[in-house]
Design a protein around this ligand. Sequence first.
Ligand SMILES: C[S@@+](CC[C@H](N)C(=O)[O-])C[C@H]1O[C@@H](n2cnc3c(N)ncnc32)[C@H](O)[C@@H]1O
Length: 278
Amino acid sequence: MNAQAGIKNASQEASLPQDENQRLSWLMRSIEGNRFLPAPDPENVFVGDGDYRAIGAEYLGHFVRIGGLRPSDRVLDIGCGIGRMAVPLTQYLDPMSGRYEGVDPVKEGITWCTQNITPVYPHFRFCQIDLAHELYNPGGSLAGQDVVLPFADASFDFIAMVSVATHLPPKEIDAYAREAARLLAPGGRLFMTAFLVLPEDLERAGARPKFTAGKDEGTWYGDPSAPLGAIGFDPLIVDGAVEKAGLETLSIGLGHWRGTESTHYQDIVVAGRPGKAA
Ligand SMILES: C[S@@+](CC[C@H](N)C(=O)[O-])C[C@H]1O[C@@H](n2cnc3c(N)ncnc32)[C@H](O)[C@@H]1O
């Protein structure tokens, strides 16, 4: 699908039957208000500002409404950080048929998840992968562009990358698109957030971050002194990586980072592995 043709606005997103939609809204509210769910000390949350539980609950809604997540899915969370997406998923994924694997280069995040989530929810597992990243894991021993994750081909139905592509150089977007194509079962979906920078976004007064041209063609930096603090891409770079890997772009939802209305801040790209789910 051509990236521009696939861009949707927020009003096109909700496609759940009304009763399922209501149940999901109730679940999201109850997660947001549940003080008994595992939560790290706020000073240890290295994945961004904002309310840890509320952001996780919000994304559960996007996974289901925009990404088509189902309770029986086998989920891979790439760049799982300190479990912000995993915690709400514990309340949604079926412990018998569903499962969750989270990977991240930051050891402290994986240690917290392993100690606080897995003991209560054994179908949730976490694994540190020592990928180098100039901000998150400067001493890492593995190059992100060569990444091969320790999972079998076609072993997942849903792959999440939330606020991860917004910190990766273009070569790593290619590498993860390839890995997603390998790891997804037929009919599986990649749900990836990104900053997709359109020419008109550069003119918008309300856009945050304010992007300036990056070093590689089609890249945009929120802060040139820390390029991977917030990196944006020409939509064709992301769409090209996904399609080159053999996935099909199913939808692109524009986020409100650019100052326009939306249900989500970052842009959301959903891509599918062609074929029918088993
Ligand atoms: C802004 S945080 C988002 C974390 C999590 N997805 C969330 O939304 O809570 C970005 C995450 O990407 C991870 N990361 C950095 N480089 C990575 C790489 N090459 N592969 C996978 N994850 C990476 C960081 O360690 C960090 O946990």
